[in-house]
Write a protein that binds this ligand. Sequence first.
Ligand code: SF4
Length: 299
Amino acid sequence: MMTPDASDPRASEGLRQAFTSHSRHWQQFDYVYPVISRRSQGLSIGVNLNPDTVCNFDCVYCCVDRTRPPARRDVDLKQVEAELEQMIGFAVGGQLWQEAPFNDVPPAYRTIRDIAFSGDGEPTAYSGFEAACHIAIEARRRHGLTDARIVVITNATLLHQPHVERALQLLDEHGGDVWGKLDAGTEAYYQRIDRSSVPFQRILDNLLMCGRRRPLTIQVMLAALHGEPIDDAEFEALTERIVELKRGGAQVHTVQLYTVARQAAESYVSPLSNEEMDRRGRQMSKRLPEVDVQVYHGV
Ligand code: SF4
């Protein structure tokens, strides 16, 4: 499926600007930030549980600025709760839509689609992740946001840990969604693009375990490294890993193929062309006809 994005002529300039503005900083807030999300097709309220910017991946395409010291390193859950409350109030009460770049966002996109744990590192690595999930669930309930999901955007490295699984089980009952990253089909390419000490097999095992327990979205970054897009063999291997996950019982219902849209950590990383993204989308759809393969162009 092709999803409308900012390169679509139908998208207004205001929407394009909102799509490209993905700052994780909002006024004086330390943890909570608003984003107009192409993937959610509306307002995604981000919760950053990694203000220290530490991550157990070192993705070559990462857009987190680690050249400057972070404003703070700790997570104050009371403040997270207060900021989330305030942000939902801004969105529902209309103040958010008076601030640039949100003031040009069309009405159809002014709905809270999700509260997303997605920050400057791996959200499940924060020891208070379970408590943070409780806060999101409570905020969603208090404001009657029954249509909004609580999304965990994860690199899957820690899904096997009991406290993470406990938190996900909690979210299963309260509109939770897991979006797990899978950028490679082989250990070698995984080490080129994600650069982690966590073995590739751990990612696959965790996605399988997690996907057997609940529906799963897989997120795939397709980028060019030194001008070379992911090659056919690697893309086929990647697709095969998803086929294997499904064969093993993982409930993969959506794959999101996206490319570089912001300043990457490494200068040799660049986005794939719209045509290349569409071609990869068609290829993957052929192998996974029962999966919603969504393609997101660069901006
Ligand atoms: S997992 Fe996310 S935060 Fe961590 S390095 Fe990769 S892109 Fe950056």
